[in-house]
Design a protein around this ligand. Structure first.
Ligand SMILES: *Cc1c(COP(=O)(O)O)cnc(C)c1O
Length: 397
């Protein structure tokens, strides 16, 4: 989980290319190998014991650690400025392992109403079954969240920007409230990526990612990761090595390869998303555009304080509601109509089949997610082509 060759003063674009790989290279290869080996052999029992007891570096069994997976963890860890990282088979595995490792019956967790659909299911369906009390607050009501935290909580779980309406949560302010209450502050940084936002630098204890999205960036592999304080990450890692939700080495390789272009991709996606969001604001078929980079965004000032760029995802509402959504989406030529986001190609879809497919229409309404919404994850294409494509599709609204 650590990297011998750390140099503190490299920029994110450089770290994305170089960080974390050195320890896993073999035989002069310049790229991290995909190590498909269930276990690692030690003819010398003393050397085996040293590795097994953590006295010396060395892998024992791939459910615990694996060289390809370790390189991926080290790269994300460096980008988030964290002391430790542990990876998982998916983003939801990272989130559920984090929550189940840190919470016990009788504990209270405070979070926001707009968390990712799967995370919301953990809050509403699974954690209560284990006697964990869950309080979900209005995502943008910082005072309300501060009061809920001050009433006592073990974990404060944040996500920003949120999915799919791109609300922004004030990480520094709420992390301070969490620290005062003795809570572990966790932030889902999937939408922002470490290029745009570093929650640990803003006071969070742990940062989680669905690496499936922007980190991998090519919509071809599932993965998740948690980074932060070594004691906390160690507890979560220990739970994972037992429950077995480990990242596959092939997926880790694809993530490492994808992450080399992370900074380039995010710069392009930040710029294109802002251009497209501004253009959408002027379209007659569109009743609202949600993007933290817009001056009209209610938390634009907070976003400017804590983000270096506003990310590649935006959403917009059609005046004609869900019927319009059903007419417009098939008209797009330059967007996959699929449930993921953060890829090099543009992806679009309604919450009902993407982020909040697990929820009923009533649950979505309670969360303030309109059925006439389209989530649009901007790829690395030329934004002029994307705008022309949107213009053509919106004629069908
Ligand atoms: C997709 C997503 C997740 C879940 O990640 P998976 O890799 O699909 O399990 C969690 N949080 C956010 C914000 C996401 O977009």
């Amino acid at each position: 989980m650590t990297d011998k060759n750390e140099t503190a003063d490299l920029s994110a674009a450089t770290l994305a290319v170089w960080a974390g790989e050195e320890d896993s290279l073999v035989e002069g290869a310049t790229q991290v190998p995909i190590v498909y080996s269930a276990a690692y052999g030690y003819p010398d029992v003393d050397a085996w014991l040293d590795a097994a007891l953590g006295r010396k570096p060395g892998h024992i069994y791939s459910r615990n650690t694996n060289p390809t997976v370790a390189a991926f963890e080290a790269k994300v860890r460096r980008l988030e400025g964290a002391a430790a990282a542990a990876s998982f088979a998916s983003g939801m595995a990272a989130i559920s392992n984090t929550l189940f490792a840190l919470l016990s019956p009788g504990d209270r967790i405070v979070s926001v109403k707009d968390s990712y659909g799967g995370t919301n299911k953990l809050f509403l369906e699974f954690l209560p079954r284990f006697g964990v009390r869950v309080e979900l607050c209005d995502t943008t009501d910082s005072e309300r969240i501060e009061a809920a935290v001050a009433a006592g909580c073990r974990v404060l779980y944040l996500e920003t920007p949120t999915n799919p309406t791109l609300k922004v949560v004030d990480i520094a302010r709420l992390a301070a409230a969490g620290r005062r209450a003795g809570a572990v502050v966790v932030t889902d940084n999937t939408f922002a990526t470490p290029i745009n936002q570093n929650p640990l630098a803003l006071g969070a204890d742990l940062v989680v990612h669905s690496a499936t999205k922007f980190l991998g960036g090519h919509a071809d592999a599932l993965g998740g990761v948690v980074c932060g304080d070594p004691d906390l990450v160690g507890r979560i890692y220990h739970f994972r090595e037992i429950n077995g939700a480990c990242l596959d080495p092939m997926a880790a390789f694809l993530m490492i390869r994808g992450m080399k272009t992370l900074a380039l991709r995010i710069e392009r996606q930040n710029a294109s998303a802002l251009t497209i969001a501004r253009w959408l604001e002027g379209q007659p078929a569109v009743s609202a555009v949600f993007y933290p980079g817009l001056d009209s965004h209610p938390q634009h000032e907070i976003a400017r304080r804590q983000m270096r760029g506003f990310g590649g995802v935006l959403s917009f509402m059609l005046k004609g509601g869900f019927e319009s959504v059903k007419r417009v989406l098939p008209g797009l030529r330059l967007a996959r109509r699929a449930a993921n986001l953060g890829s090099i190609e543009t992806v679009a879809g309604p919450p009902a089949t993407t982020s909040h497919v697990e929820c009923t229409p009533a649950e979505r309404a309670a969360m303030g997610i309109p059925e006439g919404l389209i989530r649009y994850s901007v790829g690395i294409e030329n934004p002029k082509d994307l705008i022309a494509d949107l213009a053509r599709a919106l004629e069908r609204a």
